[in-house]
Design a protein around this ligand. Structure first.
Ligand code: SF4
Length: 380
């Protein structure tokens, strides 16, 4: 299947958020010209995979891609069009921080070609935002949403983080209500995890409580499901909600194992059987491209076992679920009885879908089913 999806990683951030372990480059001013020169060189290096293709999605992720500015985004898209067509109805997403969006920048991003913005809101509680080292306050989230709409961008996703530590006093229900007040088309949730080399990891190693309990995680995840679905959103993937017809087309391509090309530091690509990834550090990425070298740090061909696990894991994380064999039904029935799954069309072509309580156990259920499939394949 030809590549129809392009991811562009833009690593610049004003500072590192307290929970973030992404590949970023902290810069007070983004070195836009240097970045674009390297990006064009990398586009040339992946020409074989994208030239002559028609892209259905382009996703600027980060980092904080909005720090490239509208002129930078326009130039990046022009460089993409030197290689591939971008479909007239393509989804072109920009991740943005609320403090990078005002009336002028919103209309310029729209004029540059952006038609979907994923806004890093995270919380509407100013104490929580401060604790997270975010660069915006709660007022700026609503202002950014209104600016985007005035600028012609209606397809707006909000990112929120749940399971924060109790001492911050953040109300998850209040944050969800404020989110719904802004009437986004899409909401992505992230349960806070403590990753090595992050500020909260260092705080935790000094004994500070830096995340909610398992009970908090479960309660807030299920409360989000109830509030969002009552408001008419589809809970279409374990961490994502969308108005009908407005699921993220780019991310859906990942979850259905479609090929994609990723460029920029740390970006991953997948051609249907092999996954590769770029060097994570911005300085190394610039150096490799400047000297005509490869930015690919590693690659792996999916083994049968990997492929089996991915098929199960990706299928179970979406509301479309996974086709199952009749001899797997007994196992799946135990999930059903526990309230973790439902089985559609059990007699003709059974498919299992996880419920919200099942999604809380996604990793272990996927591992269980994949292991059984491996056993069955080995025995056959
Ligand atoms: S803005 Fe996003 S990418 Fe940048 S440090 Fe914060 S969480 Fe990480």
């Amino acid at each position: 299947m030809p590549t129809r999806h392009l991811y562009i990683h833009v690593p610049f951030c004003a500072r590192r958020c307290s929970y973030c372990d992404f590949s970023i480059a902290v810069r007070s001013t983004a070195p836009v010209d240097e970045y674009l020169t390297a990006l064009k060189a990398e586009l040339d290096s992946v020409a074989r995979e994208i030239d002559g293709r028609t892209l259905e999605t382009v996703y600027f992720g980060g980092g904080t891609p909005s720090r490239l500015g509208a002129a930078g985004i326009r130039e990046a898209l022009a460089a993409v069009r030197d290689h591939a067509s971008i479909a007239g109805d393509a989804e072109i997403t920009l991740e943005a921080n609320p403090d990078d969006i005002a009336d002028i920048s919103a209309s310029r991003f729209h004029a540059a070609g952006i038609n979907r913005v994923s806004l890093g809101a995270q919380s509407f509680d100013d104490s929580a935002l401060k604790w997270m080292h975010r660069t915006h306050d709660s007022t700026q989230i609503g202002e950014a949403v209104q600016s985007l709409r005035r600028g012609g961008i209606e397809n707006i996703s909000l990112d929120l983080i749940f399971s924060l530590p109790p001492q911050i006093g953040r109300s998850w229900e209040y944050d969800m209500a404020r989110t719904l007040d802004l009437e986004p088309t899409h909401v992505s949730l992230y349960g806070l995890t403590v990753e090595p080399k992050t500020p909260i990891y260092r705080w935790a190693s000094r004994g500070v409580i830096v995340q909610g309990t398992e009970e908090t995680y479960e309660r807030e995840f299920l409360a989000a499901h109830d509030m969002m679905t009552a408001a008419g959103f589809d809970h279409y993937e374990v961490s994502n909600f969308a108005r009908p017809g407005l699921s993220s087309r780019h991310n859906s391509a990942y979850w259905t194992a479609e090929p994609y090309v990723g460029i920029g530091p740390s970006a991953h690509s997948f051609d249907g059987s092999t996954r590769r990834w770029n060097v994570p550090a911005y300085s190394a990425w610039i150096r490799c491209l400047g000297s005509g070298g490869s930015v690919i740090e590693g690659a792996e061909s999916l083994s049968e076992e990997n492929r089996r696990f991915e098929e199960v894991y990706l299928g179970l994380r979406t509301r479309h679920g996974l086709a199952i064999a009749t001899d797997e039904m007994n196992r799946i029935r135990t999930w059903e009885l526990a309230g973790w799954a439902v089985v559609d069309d059990p007699l003709e072509s059974p498919r299992v879908r996880l419920t919200p309580t099942g999604w809380l156990r996604l990793d272990s259920l996927a591992a269980d089913l994949a292991a059984r499939r491996t056993e069955a394949a080995t025995a056959a």
